[in-house]
Design a protein around this ligand. Structure first.
Ligand SMILES: [Zn+2]
Length: 358
């Protein structure tokens, strides 16, 4: 990374980051020893490389195996709280001032926790992390996004869990996991419940599956944001010319400025583009879609917000203004209230102005 811009110092907003994809390797080793879980290696540096290489291998089986290990050490109250606390501290150190941490409580019950126990443990850890960051001179605000796994049949139960915790740190609902074959239409009642409750939703779509998946997410699911959504470009013909032709879904997403939670490095690992320069994020920015920059899984992609932004500057020609616009787009689609979004936007503008004066 060679960018001359002081990216590390910029205030950042992170909407798409998985709690079970951002652990410190040292922590995995320690927690695995405590719970008796066998890892591919107990050397933290080797383990860091193992995660990246497995995720980068291009084979889904190896990619999914990485989460077996992180989720295995996040089954106890202490394990969940520690991982949550460290995530906040690490994000704050990277200049993130607002973050949403998504995770699927149903995957953390093998040691006897209830769904509510798990949510409580994560909330406790997030709050500890905010306090620890503050003690180190960093201000960060963090909310939980509660994820239901697409292939499991617990969506309605997980929706109720999210709603029960909406004033206790949970800011939104998400579905993740196998996209093809498990569309939002499997459980229409889940979306009706969310809609009736007026609760924000983001849906992973347009990553592994195409335009139809995005269409269901924004129409049936009434998603406020799309997790990834990179494959919306498949609904635009003659992309890159003076006269691109939009399909109905691309129009809808742009007309409504539905934010796309794009994750450049992660998207390369799952085959959406071959290089950062060719990643659809730049073309979508040029077409005035609401693009945001995210990390997805910091451990598996060996990345951070600073790294993602630096890659866009170095390899796709992004400017400071581009980074500012994407950060503001993220702030304006954060699952917080209008006045809070406004304050976050002011904080971002002040941070960029301070860097521009240097
Ligand atoms: Zn994701």
């Amino acid at each position: 990374m060679t960018s001359a811009l002081p990216i590390a110092a910029l205030p950042k907003v992170l909407l798409h980051d998985h709690l079970d994809g951002g652990l410190r390797p040292e922590t995995i080793v320690e927690l695995a020893a405590e719970v008796g879980h066998t890892l591919p290696t107990t050397d933290p540096e080797e383990l860091r490389r193992w995660f990246f290489e497995a995720a980068d291998s291009g084979t889904l089986v190896r990619y999914l195996e990485t989460f077996d290990h992180t989720i295995a050490v996040m089954q106890t109250r202490d394990g969940l709280a520690r991982v949550a606390r460290e995530a906040v501290v690490d994000l704050a150190a990277d200049g993130v001032v607002y973050a949403e941490q998504r995770w699927a409580p149903e995957q953390h019950l093998t040691a006897g926790l209830t769904l509510q126990d798990a949510v409580d443990a994560v909330q406790e850890g997030l709050e500890q992390g905010v306090a620890e960051a503050a003690a180190a001179g960093r201000t960060i605000r963090v909310g939980q996004l509660i994820t239901a796994m697409r292939h499991a049949d617990r969506w309605e139960e997980i929706v109720e869990l999210a709603l029960a915790n909406r004033d206790r740190g949970v800011v939104g609902f998400d579905i993740a996991g196998a996209e093809a074959g498990f569309p939002p239409s499997r459980f229409p009642q889940a979306w009706r419940t969310l809609n009736d409750a007026g609760f924000p939703t983001t849906i992973h779509a347009g990553e592994a599956d195409g335009v139809e998946s995005i269409s269901e997410a924004v129409h049936l699911g009434q998603a406020s944001r799309i997790g990834h959504g990179a494959r919306i470009v498949e609904d635009i013909e003659d992309l890159g010319t003076d006269a691109p032709r939009f399909g109905r879904v691309a129009h809808w997403v742009r007309d409504n400025q539905i934010p796309l939670e794009l994750c450049p490095s992660s998207n390369l690992q799952t085959g959406i583009a071959a290089t950062i320069a060719e990643h659809p994020i730049s073309a979508l920015r040029d077409l005035d879609f609401a693009v945001t920059v995210n990390t997805d899984n910091r451990l598996m992609s060996a990345t951070s917000m600073t790294r993602e932004m630096t890659l866009l500057v170095d390899e796709a020609g992004w400017t400071l203004d581009d980074l500012r616009d994407a950060t503001l787009a993220a702030a304006w689609s954060a699952f917080i209230h209008h006045d809070e979004r406004h304050a976050l936007g002011e904080q971002i503008l002040a941070g960029y102005a301070a860097v521009a004066e240097q």
